[in-house]
Write a protein that binds this ligand. Structure first.
Ligand code: ATP
Length: 495
């Protein structure tokens, strides 16, 4: 057989020969170029290997030693997944009872909540080999490429399992919605539809008993609404497991996992950190622990201290500290704005300010960070009104103490409007129970304005009544740039 190199050499010599004979080789070169393009696009060993399953994010991985103990929180998801895995393991009983073999499990939830970890742990639990790919790796311009990659994926998963002497293979497909979106939605070319069809064919072909290597497909998505219904039909992804943001207990568990083996200062209270990190995903928490360790390293500290964690939380929430240097006038405005937020936060929920600062981070010129209340799933009308008051307090404070407002409150107003609309939609406003779809926009707007004006008035009264304390706190904030919740409370006393 001729090697690729000798073929290239012979072609080059042939072209030189033609040129020497005075032949116009332009069409030949163009044809050759096109041929090469197709070759590399379709051949996984060629240029196209950037997208192939043998490299990059979609690489075939050796079973990572991830167990369910490495996954913090997610107790419900773990329980459901474990139950589903029983079907995979206990094939005899499953066959005896005539239960259809489980071919696919769908993990649904926001990014960074541990779906990949759960899939790896599942593979480990059933002693399966593990292959991870992302839906976007299958989508190409050329019709048929995606479908080919799907076939390759199943083939590789089986081959890998056989090589490792395993009876099972778990294929994990992240971002399933990219590969499995409803068919017929991508006008222009059929590539998406062909790829999805191939996945369905492959999943239907997972015959179970006849196969030497059983394949279980675990898909992950945060947009199950985009999936083609055919994927959710029985016999495909017929188990859906929700993987939600962790609650306080879950966050503590995840923090413990990621702090294992790290030198923590004895005063670090992971319970406190779990409380302060409402809304964080597992990935955020892992990032927080890492940031805290980096801060300790930068300072040359031997242990990770509580203040490193506090700064880490702010970094994960708001982004990196910036070197923006506002003018003295702007600093004063930012200080009054943030003090306004903080004061109202202490009035409506004493002890709720975690920190207030006029240092720029990410998009914010300054910010007030609240200690979240215990994980809350229901809000009364008063809770929402209180949140509106805190949101509006920045702008009102600027107006009361500096005589005018600025553009720095746009985000606060958006938040306040959203909250007021929630009051209306939930039937908690003076309009009573409404149908949000048919509610006249003008009536809705009037009611939202009424709620916002009433809260604005309330905030103004609070701030004017505590003028001296606000001035004192703002002056100290300008001086120190950052005040902890405790320091702020000492300054304002009991409002
Ligand atoms: P995506 O949807 O963005 O792919 P995902 O839900 O698959 O995210 P993972 O990739 O599993 O999330 O998590 C990313 C990282 O976050 C993990 O490697 C781990 O360090 C951390 N992490 C996330 N969730 C958990 C958890 N429940 N327990 C422990 N660590 C977690």
């Amino acid at each position: 057989m001729l090697s690729r190199e000798s073929l290239i050499g012979m072609s080059a010599a042939f072209i030189v020969f033609l040129i020497a004979r005075g032949v116009d080789v332009t069409p030949l070169l163009m044809l050759g170029g096109l041929g090469l393009l197709f070759y590399f696009a379709l051949d996984p060993r060629g240029l196209g290997k950037r997208f192939s399953l043998s490299r990059g994010a979609g690489e075939v991985q050796a079973t990572a030693p991830v167990t369910f103990d490495d996954v913090g929180g997610q107790e419900v998801a773990k329980r459901e997944l474990l139950e589903a895995l029983q079907f995979v393991r206990d094939t005899q009983t499953v066959e005896h009872l005539g239960i259809r073999p489980l071919r696919g499990i769908l993990l649904v939830g926001p990014p960074g909540t541990g779906k990949t970890l759960l899939a790896k742990a599942a593979a480990h639990r059933v002693g399966a080999s593990f292959v991870a790919v992302s839906g976007s790796q299958f989508i190409e311009m050329y019709a048929g490429v995606g479908a080919r990659r799907v076939r390759q994926l199943f083939k590789k998963a089986r081959e890998q399992a056989a090589r490792q002497g395993r009876n099972y293979a778990v294929i994990f497909i992240d971002e399933l919605e990219v590969l499995g979106a409803r068919r017929g939605q991508h006008l222009g070319h059929l590539e998406y539809d062909q790829t999805l069809n191939e996945l369905l064919v492959q999943m239907d072909g997972l015959a179970g008993d006849q196969e030497e290597v059983r394949v279980l497909v675990i898909g992950a998505t945060n947009r199950p609404d985009l999936l083609d219904p055919a994927l959710l039909r029985p016999g495909r992804f017929d188990r859906t497991v929700r993987v939600d943001l962790p609650d306080k207990k879950g966050r503590l568990h995840i923090l413990r996992i990621h702090c294992q083996g790290r030198p923590l200062h004895p005063e670090v209270r992971l319970e406190e950190i779990a409380k302060e990190t409402y809304g964080f995903s597992g990935a955020h928490l892992e990032n927080l622990v890492n940031e805290a360790a980096i801060l300790a390293f930068r300072e040359g500290a031997r242990t990770i201290e509580p203040r490193h964690f506090k700064e880490g939380i702010e970094k994960v929430m708001m982004g990196e500290k910036l070197d923006r240097s506002p003018s003295a006038e702007e600093k004063e405005r930012i200080a009054y704005h943030e003090t306004g937020h903080a004061l109202l936060s202490e009035i409506v929920r004493p002890g709720s300010v975690a920190a207030v600062t006029i240092t720029s981070r990410g998009q914010a010129l300054g910010y007030m960070r609240q200690m979240p209340a215990d994980d809350t799933y229901l809000f009364t009308k008063q809770d929402l009104l209180d949140q509106i008051a805190v949101a509006l307090a920045g702008a009102v404070s600027e107006e009361v103490f500096l005589g005018s407002r600025s553009t720095g409150s746009v985000g606060d107003f958006e938040q306040a409007v959203r909250l007021a609309e929630r009051i209306v939609d939930a039937g908690l406003s003076d309009l009573g129970i409404v149908n949000p779809q048919t509610l006249n926009p003008e009536t809705r707007h009037d009611e939202v304005s009424r709620i916002l004006c009433a809260q604005e008035e309330y905030v103004r009264r609070c701030l004017e009544g505590l003028r001296e304390r606000v001035e004192k706190a703002a002056a100290r904030l300008i001086e120190e740039e950052r005040l902890s919740g405790e320091a702020f409370r000492r300054l304002i006393g009991h409002p």
